[in-house]
Ligand binder design. Structure first.
Ligand code: ZN
Length: 371
């Protein structure tokens, strides 16, 4: 028998490619994951999300992966969810076998465009974007119609066990929020079948169902390697999805032996200043890819929820790159040099964090190290 590969896997929240020219922000998580992989001798899996029941996104994959390879991430390290549909379906079947995914008869709300579809007896979310609540009936903002209550419909429902709380979160200040989300997950029934044709069919014992596509791809952690430790990188704006994906992963594995996954949730980087817009909207494609790598890693913060694309950091990154290319830097290895620059990221802490599962937080003001 071949020796089982035991390197840790660092993976990304699935990247939804939506155009032929992606903003630099869409490369933020892969660049960080790649950096951590290099520092920790792990394997990298960048996940691209093309499973979408509304629109075909296949044409956007090649421009994105071409750019990824400029950033040093090879095609062997990229996994497209659509190419792994059958394996994802096997995971869903496993969830059904284990009793987490069940066929039920429930009342549900459905609007005329079909985008708003939910169990009728769950708490409505007042801050939801695509529907609003006027009175008791949810109103779809997309087709501008009140949803109709449909009684006794056969549906697929996903439920989670109470002790689904698992795994660490880096940075530690996100931990409290993650624990709250993990506690919240088992309190809900999740509708995962759809009335409209999603292109994905699940055969239950009683009926055939159209499976929610988002539910399908959110199972991707289970196809990455059961014997490995997983580190999942995604901005803290998707913390809820990361927790849900981890919960799904735990449910699909043997819960006694399943390895826990650690969530790494850096800041969400916001476009604020006009002066840098041209660069991050596409200008980066015409410049040295290492400039983007330095800029991305220098713009990410582990200390706050949001950080900003900043012209000062771009200037700093240019200067840093110039020094590297001229060999002024005593260390010629680019990765080492980059990591030396990233005080904001606290490389040593991150490394220790990945090894020991603990993050030692410290605040750094980035202006302090602009020359
Ligand atoms: Zn609608």
């Amino acid at each position: 028998m071949e020796k089982e590969e035991t390197k840790d896997i660092i993976t990304t929240f699935p990247i939804g490619v939506r155009s032929n020219q992606s903003k630099l922000g869409l490369f933020m998580v892969p660049i960080l994951a790649d950096f951590l992989r290099r520092r920790n001798d792990s394997e990298l899996r960048v996940i691209i999300n093309t499973l979408d029941s509304y629109r075909n996104r296949d044409e956007f994959v090649l421009p994105y992966t071409t750019q990824l390879s400029r950033f040093g991430i090879s095609s062997e390290e990229v996994l497209i969810d659509k190419d792994n549909k059958s394996e994802l379906m096997r995971t869903v079947e496993r969830l059904a076998k284990k009793g987490y995914l069940t066929e039920q008869t429930r009342d549900k709300y459905l609007c005329s465009c079909g985008k708003l579809e939910m169990l009728a007896d769950i708490n409505l979310n007042p801050s939801a974007r695509f529907y609003s609540i006027d009175g008791r009936i949810p109103h779809c903002n997309l087709c501008n119609s009140d949803a109709k209550r449909i009684k006794n419909m056969p549906v697929l429902v996903m439920t989670y066990p109470q002790d689904v709380n698992n795994g660490l979160v880096i940075p530690s200040h996100q931990e409290k929020e993650a624990v709250r989300l993990y506690q919240d997950i088992p309190e809900h029934d999740f509708l995962v079948s759809r009335s409209r044709d999603t292109g994905i069919t699940f055969e239950g014992d009683l009926f055939k169902y159209n499976l929610d596509v988002d539910f399908l791809w959110m199972n991707y952690l289970s196809i990455l390697g059961k014997e490995r430790s997983l580190f999942v990188v995604g901005s803290n704006h998707v913390l809820w999805h990361l927790c849900l994906m981890n919960a799904l992963y735990q449910c699909s594995q043997d819960r006694q032996t399943a390895k826990k996954s650690t969530l790494i949730t850096p800041s969400y980087v916001i476009e604020k200043s006009d002066n840098i817009r041209g660069f991050i909207n596409g200008g980066y494609e015409n410049e040295d890819p290492n400039l983007s790598r330095i800029l991305v890693l220098s713009s990410i913060s582990l200390n706050s929820k949001n950080s900003f694309w900043n012209e000062g950091i771009l200037k700093y990154s240019r200067r840093r790159l110039l020094e590297l290319n001229r060999g002024y830097d005593s260390n010629s290895d680019l990765d080492n040099s980059i990591s030396k620059s990233i005080k904001y990221l606290k490389r040593d802490n991150m490394e220790r964090a990945l090894k020991e599962g603990k993050m030692v937080g410290e605040t750094h003001d980035i202006r302090g190290w602009l020359i």
